[in-house]
Design a protein around this ligand. Structure first.
Ligand SMILES: Cc1cc2nc3c(=O)[nH]c(=O)nc-3n(C[C@H](O)[C@H](O)[C@H](O)COP(=O)(O)OP(=O)(O)OC[C@H]3O[C@@H](n4cnc5c(N)ncnc54)[C@H](O)[C@@H]3O)c2cc1C
Length: 381
């Protein structure tokens, strides 16, 4: 392992690897990435794999649209031979009240201002898109045909490979144990395999980001919470888009191999680092899924797991330098949508570190909370 670097990135999830790659692409090749376990061992490898542009804030819509453009051309842009299994069969968002439908209409106006091809659908049209859908109590929905899902492992490892090709050093199974600061400036990173001298550290440690920031005396306004998820046996294709409902609190997709992946947000669960699975989740998930898609009643579950959502106050990412400590940067608070935004986030963080003009017109710095410039994302599960 190198003992000196221009930038040290903490975290080998999709965000850390996208940042490392984009730094190298911008000419900062002397980057060391540290991952305490294997690549994708955090939220990235545990996620639902959905990529959607149907958000309720302009920033999330823009970053998702730009990221999908990168997913669409991933091999060419990164110059790698890796299939990320992008399947663009849409996201069908389900509304169970007039209020929800009103919110979808507002969201669609924002999405159309960015040329995102979303539209409102009636319950009958929703059934045409997903013939097996139970439309009892459904008031309407929203659909965007270019949303979909991709394989998070392939994307994460693709970024890592491309970064390594450009000179980034990736150290797996290496843990950052502390950060050394002198006169309010970063001077290096302590790992279980030695010290790395550096003046710049990126905290891309996902659910553990707030713990890392504490080492430099900064209290980030984020917290982590458990989200559970499961996968079924593969069955014949029957669901093209990702199905999602905010009020019913569920997402569900069928992978190209035929397995269903589904999950929901925790109900009344306190912030924690708990990643255990629960029986209660299986029961509740089964009830929700068979209400939406009754033909799933006999399907077998083959595995369940859990991961951490890292939540920010406005449910939008924090991608920022920190004024308190010179050379300390954070990319955290993804609030359940960090996989789909990672391509654009890597570009933004590389802009911030190199003090370039931001590629995207967004305000994700941490000072926005102090300034009161907060527009909360209304459409999260
Ligand atoms: C159940 C679930 C479903 C989700 N579904 C979706 C979805 O459909 N679409 C979507 O876009 N997003 C989804 N998300 C959110 C998404 O997974 C995350 O926002 C995204 O993966 C964050 O990536 P990351 O690289 O920031 O974090 P992570 O992938 O968690 O990576 C952080 C890494 O930092 C490492 N690390 C931590 N501390 C240290 C240390 N001290 N030293 C070295 N390494 C360290 C960890 O081991 C970890 O690998 C979901 C999340 C969960 C849990």
């Amino acid at each position: 392992m190198k003992n000196k670097a221009s930038v040290v990135v903490i975290g080998g999830g999709v965000v850390g690897c996208s940042i490392a790659y984009n730094l190298a692409k911008k000419g900062i090749t002397d980057v060391v990435l540290i991952e305490k376990s294997f690549l994708s061992s955090g939220a990235t490898g545990r996620c639902g794999a959905g990529v959607r542009q149907q958000w309720g804030t302009k920033q999330n819509c823009l970053l998702a649209r730009e990221s999908i453009r990168i997913f669409e051309n991933f091999k060419d842009i990164l110059e790698i031979n890796r299939d990320i299994e992008l399947k663009q069969k849409g996201y069908l968002l389900l509304a169970y009240s007039e209020n929800e439908l009103k919110q979808f209409k507002k969201n669609i106006e924002i999405q159309h201002s960015l040329s995102i091809p979303s539209r409102l659908v009636t319950p009958q049209e929703a059934k045409e898109i997903v013939p097996g859908l139970n439309i009892d109590k459904l008031v309407g929905g929203a659909f965007c045909s270019t949303d979909g899902h991709a394989n998070p492992f392939q994307v994460n490892i693709g970024y890592a490979e491309a970064a390594e090709r450009l000179g980034v050093e990736i150290n797996k199974f290496t843990e950052v144990k502390g950060i050394r600061v002198k006169n309010n400036s970063i001077i290096g990173v302590e790992t279980n395999k030695g010290f790395i001298e550096t003046s710049k550290v990126v905290d891309a440690a996902g659910g553990w980001s707030q713990q890392i920031a504490k080492w430099v005396g900064v209290e980030l306004p984020i917290y982590s919470e458990r989200h559970e998820i499961l996968v079924t046996e593969p069955v014949k294709p029957m669901l093209d888009p990702m199905l999602m409902s905010f009020s019913f609190n569920i997402y569900c997709q069928q992978t190209p191999e035929g397995s269903f992946i589904m999950g929901y947000g925790p109900e009344n669960e306190p912030p924690s680092y708990n990643m255990n699975s629960s029986w209660r989740f299986l029961e509740t998930m089964a009830q929700k899924a068979t209400f939406l898609l009754p033909s799933l009643k006999d399907i077998r579950i083959i595995r369940q797991w859990a991961g951490l959502y890292n939540m920010s106050p406005d449910k939008q990412p924090i991608v920022s330098k920190l004024n308190e400590v010179e050379g300390f940067y954070v990319a955290c608070g993804f609030s359940g949508h960090g996989f789909m935004l990672a391509p654009a986030i890597g570009i933004l963080m590389a802009d911030i570190i190199t003090e370039s003009q931001l590629t995207y017109d967004v305000v994700l710095d941490i000072e926005r909370f102090k300034r009161g410039e907060v527009i909360a994302e209304p459409s999260v599960v």
